[in-house]
Design a protein around this ligand. Sequence first.
Ligand SMILES: NC(=O)c1ccc[n+]([C@@H]2O[C@H](COP(=O)([O-])OP(=O)(O)OC[C@H]3O[C@@H](n4cnc5c(N)ncnc54)[C@H](O)[C@@H]3O)[C@@H](O)[C@H]2O)c1
Ligand SMILES: [Zn+2]
Length: 355
Amino acid sequence: VISKAIEICGSDFRYFAQVGRGLLAQAGSLARELVGPSRCVIVTDSNIPSTVVERASEGLRAVGFDSVTTVIPPGEESKSLAQVERICGQMIDAGLDRFSVVVGLGGGVVGDLSGFIASVFHRGIPHIQIPTTLLAMVDSSIGGKTGVNLPAGKNLLGAFHHPVLVITDVEVLGSLPQREWRQGFAEIIKHGIIGDAEMFHELQPGTARELVELVSRNIQIKAQVVARDHSDVQGERAILNFGHTVGHAIERAADFRLSHGDCVSLGMVAACDISMKRAGLERREREMIVARLAEFRLPVRLPAQIDRERIMEVIARDKKFERGETRFIVTPRIGQAYLSREVTMADIRAAVEAL
Ligand SMILES: NC(=O)c1ccc[n+]([C@@H]2O[C@H](COP(=O)([O-])OP(=O)(O)OC[C@H]3O[C@@H](n4cnc5c(N)ncnc54)[C@H](O)[C@@H]3O)[C@@H](O)[C@H]2O)c1
Ligand SMILES: [Zn+2]
């Protein structure tokens, strides 16, 4: 098994993401190094192949964990308080207590939900992330943000609760549908733009870099940003939101009928236009970004059925723009990004209209 450990640390947390191929079989022994033999619950969703779930639970059982598995329906609707209550009830019934462990085996939905449960069950118990989507590997399993949705909006309830360990086995991506690969690549391209020009230029659909290498490099980029600003205090972490202000507005304007990655792709195109005007991004680099997105079959033109006025209405209500002060992530060149206070609502409107 080729595998490498990437340290994720900040002022008050430190843990490793272990990345490799075929690592799942070692999930038990990796976990055992950090937490004593205890009861654990494996939270997963019904799209995760049963062979994957069995490999993880057998590995945990082999080293003395007494594991129960709970399966949620796939999709964003499962990131709910109803699931928190249901799963916590099951945990109590299975005898889990404050010495127990929560394992999230799935994509970002499972990761955010299981992490939130770990953060509140008996005031907080250890969480182990085993991401199974490309997006969860390079983005949601890193950084300690957990949460669930409310009817009023996404991620409205949440807590910072870092996992004790992240086990990233790229082999589990074998069953990932094409559409989900694109979701991950939208964030990978974003990572290249904000912090790794070399990776950006080397990215290629299909046989780019070896996956272990690519995923590791992306974990490092996110870990670097997170290390500098654990809880969003200095706004440093905000650069991870490159493309997300307009992206989120498009998601909402489309009533979530477009995927997050597609919306972020469009948001990044808009952010590039704004960056040309306010941060000196060269047209040539803007074109390279648009070409890269298109290569990964991410949209670079707004679908005709989406109303630009609705996008602008959502942006106007965005809490980042309260009191007339705008905060917008721009890129002066591929590999760098910063938070600008010079972007005007008119700049954003022009970029959305040009999409
Ligand atoms: N905590 C954070 O910092 C953070 C960051 C980004 C996104 N998120 C959250 O992550 C979620 C999105 O994550 P996601 O894109 O992984 O979505 P997801 O968890 O819904 O997974 C996407 C789809 O892939 C399926 N799937 C997962 N692994 C599979 C596998 N190995 N084989 C086959 N199918 C598989 C799932 O069942 C689902 O249908 C959102 O809720 C978002 O808010 C959190
Ligand atoms: Zn995103």
